[in-house]
Ligand binder design. Structure first.
Ligand code: HEC
Ligand code: HEC
Ligand code: HEC
Ligand code: HEC
Ligand code: HEC
Ligand code: HEC
Ligand code: HEC
Length: 439
């Protein structure tokens, strides 16, 4: 869709025309935003009423969650490293530290293909703004919104959100780190200024810990502002931790006060062997994969309300993931699970989970460093390229067998910058195999 003329025609911005947000909603992060009305809550969709109450029971009470602060006090080493991970940083409040984008004069403008629409990004007194400027002086008109939330650790890019009352919207300009430039937000069309794109719960479910959504059709983007817990917390993967914290504090107190331990011993005994918290390593492979698949298994279709999934439970009760046709192309974006599952390594060895290679408590290592994982099952000699490359092959199995490829789902269109081309987000393919390009 090059659509030059078309968008010239609708340059009168959507906001001014008062077009409904839905007109453009289907374009947002194309794969990742459900079509209007397709986000389903447990109370309305389950065919049999029984399943609804069962799900409600499985849903943890928010009061059972403590927040990362509590974990830090005892698991300091883990927590200190975790603070630097993309998971922890994936949604934040705007600040000097969290902003990847450049706000200095000269680097803070996005021109569009239409001379009558440009954007400027400005910082003032600790706040950050996006402004769309329509037409030229003296007819110039502006719309300015403050950036209220930053999504994306900034390794590849960041998208910005703003509140209008209790409704949350995406802003039209994003920052693409590898280019060091401001670009139209993915899925937005160059030459339009759309401030009306609603941010649905599923987006936040993958990029934050928790939001209380206020169900109120037809709006899918109302939230209790004060309920927001940004970043991905320990409990997102470990489940609610209050009982674990209480148990461990009790144990610690007993250790300090041996004279009391006799009387409280039965409580301790009852808890023996049960730490009251999920350790993914102790789960079956499917349940381990489920924890990552909540966010790395594609958009899926919600079978229970967002933010209700509890680690250790079968994800399928909460979210129905698409089962891609084995022949169909799976995009590299956000679906490492389906791609890994296609790999013969995964199918032939029950040992492989996401955690087999990744330690999610640590910032990502460089790709080549993962070759030792391959070599725990393969010998360099079993690679067809061994005769040619010899032992050097062991330095980097990954770039040949899990290459970085462009996503066709996260695409930003630019006509006035970067040579008027499309910019696609490069993502590592998790289908471990021999790639044609190598031969
Ligand atoms: C009062 C100290 C304390 C606090 C607070 C605490 N933990 Fe722990 N945690 C421990 C100790 C001690 C162990 C080791 C228990 C054992 O091996 O029996 C442990 C074990 C664990 C385990 C492994 C459990 C297993 O069954 O293998 C996980 C996971 C964990 N903690 C996560 C958390 C998270 C997440 C939080 C915050 C919600 C947290 N902890 C808060 C002390 C604490
Ligand atoms: C993205 C998911 C994720 C997040 C977030 C996360 N963990 Fe974990 N954690 C795991 C997985 C997976 C394992 C099991 C690793 C393995 O297979 O050895 C684990 C294991 C643990 C263990 C047990 C270690 C052991 O040797 O058995 C502790 C303790 C722990 N995590 C604490 C934390 C704390 C504290 C935080 C927050 C600062 C946190 N985790 C955040 C996924 C996560
Ligand atoms: C709540 C959603 C969520 C869960 C659960 C989750 N992830 Fe992620 N993960 C993300 C998002 C979002 C990103 C991209 C973060 C960014 O760069 O802004 C990400 C990024 C990553 C990265 C890249 C890190 C980097 O430094 O670029 C790895 C590796 C990863 N996840 C592995 C896992 C594994 C393994 C699990 C399961 C143990 C898991 N994730 C669970 C949402 C999640
Ligand atoms: C199904 C889970 C999921 C949903 C829904 C989702 N994302 Fe993502 N997002 C990811 C994962 C996983 C990554 C890491 C790259 C990858 O694996 O494709 C990511 C990457 C990103 C990045 C780049 C971060 C970086 O620096 O690398 C941005 C920005 C982003 N998402 C914004 C959004 C916004 C805004 C929405 C909602 C409109 C959204 N995403 C919806 C899972 C999701
Ligand atoms: C837990 C063990 C294990 C790990 C780890 C592992 N593999 Fe495999 N891999 C296998 C098994 C088993 C097969 C199937 C062999 C067969 O059927 O002959 C396989 C198959 C393959 C194939 C052939 C795929 C095809 O479609 O024909 C390639 C290439 C490969 N592995 C490369 C890698 C690379 C590169 C890594 C590291 C990124 C890796 N493997 C990690 C066990 C593993
Ligand atoms: C320079 C790119 C490159 C590197 C580096 C590389 N491979 Fe390969 N590998 C290939 C190609 C190409 C083939 C297919 C060769 C053929 O069909 O003759 C292959 C074949 C294989 C196969 C056999 C697949 C099958 O069943 O036919 C395995 C297993 C494998 N590689 C594992 C590895 C491991 C493990 C490493 C790291 C130690 C590695 N490769 C490094 C390119 C590479
Ligand atoms: C055989 C090893 C292996 C397994 C298993 C594995 N990964 Fe990865 N993953 C890698 C390597 C290597 C990278 C590249 C790291 C880098 O470039 O720094 C990577 C990168 C990622 C990234 C960042 C994507 C990007 O483009 O930078 C995400 C997200 C991720 N993995 C998630 C997962 C999830 C979720 C699973 C389970 C479904 C998983 N991985 C299983 C080896 C693995």
């Amino acid at each position: 869709m090059s659509g030059g003329q078309f968008f010239k025609a609708v340059i009168v911005p959507a906001v001014l025309l008062g077009l409904s947000a839905w007109a453009f909603a289907s374009l947002t992060f194309a794969c990742l935003t459900p079509a209007p009305g397709s986000s389903i809550s447990a109370s309305t969709t389950n065919q049999d009423g029984g399943a609804v109450s069962e799900l409600k029971e499985k849903e943890a009470n928010r009061k059972d969650y403590t927040g990362d602060g509590a974990c830090e006090s005892c698991h300091q080493d883990v927590a200190n490293n975790y603070l630097h991970t993309a998971h922890h940083l994936t949604s934040q409040l705007p600040s000097k530290n969290s902003m990847a984008g450049k706000f200095t004069a000269g680097a803070n403008t996005l021109r569009t293909f239409d001379p009558n629409l440009r954007f400027t990004m400005a910082a003032a007194k600790g706040s950050y703004y996006e402004t769309a400027i329509f037409w030229q002086p003296p007819d110039e008109q502006k719309q300015t919104e403050r950036i209220d939330m930053v999504v994306g650790s900034g390794q590849r890019g960041q998208t910005y959100l703003y509140w209008k009352g209790d409704r949350l919207f995406q802003l039209p300009v994003s920052y693409w780190a590898p280019l060091g430039e401001w670009l139209n937000s993915p899925g937005y069309t160059d030459g339009t200024a759309d401030f009306n794109r609603p941010v649905v719960p599923r987006c936040l479910e993958c990029h934050a810990t928790y939001f209380t959504a206020i169900p109120s059709a037809p709006f899918e983007n109302r939230y209790q502002k004060t309920s927001a817990v940004l970043g991905i917390s320990c409990e997102k993967c470990h489940g609610p931790g209050r009982r674990h914290v209480e148990l461990e504090r009790l144990k610690a107190n007993h250790a300090e006060q041996p004279e009391h331990s006799a009387s409280k011993a039965p409580a301790n005994k009852a808890a023996e062997g049960n730490s009251e918290i999920v350790n993914p390593r102790k789960l079956s492979r499917d349940r381990q994969m489920d924890i990552c698949a909540e966010c790395h298994g594609g958009l899926g279709e919600e079978r229970a309300s967002a933010f209700s999934f509890v680690p250790g439970q079968p994800l399928a009760d909460y979210l129905e993931l698409q089962q891609p046709d084995p022949e169909a192309k799976v995009d590299v974006h956000g679906n490492q699970v389906a791609l890994l599952e296609r790999s013969r390594c995964y199918q032939s060895s029950a040992k492989i989970t996401c955690n087999f290679c990744h330690d999610v408590h640590e910032p990502e290592r460089n790709a080549a460093a993962y070759s030792d994982r391959c070599l725990s099952c393969h010998k360099p000699e079993s690679c067809g390229e061994y005769p040619k490359l010899g032992q050097d092959i062991a330095k980097n199995c990954v770039d040949c067998h899990m290459p970085v490829q462009d996503s066709n789902l996260i695409v930003a269109k630019v006509t006035s910058q970067a040579g008027g081309k499309q910019v696609k987000m490069p993502i590592r393919n998790h289908w471990i195999k021999v790639y044609a390009a190598q031969q």
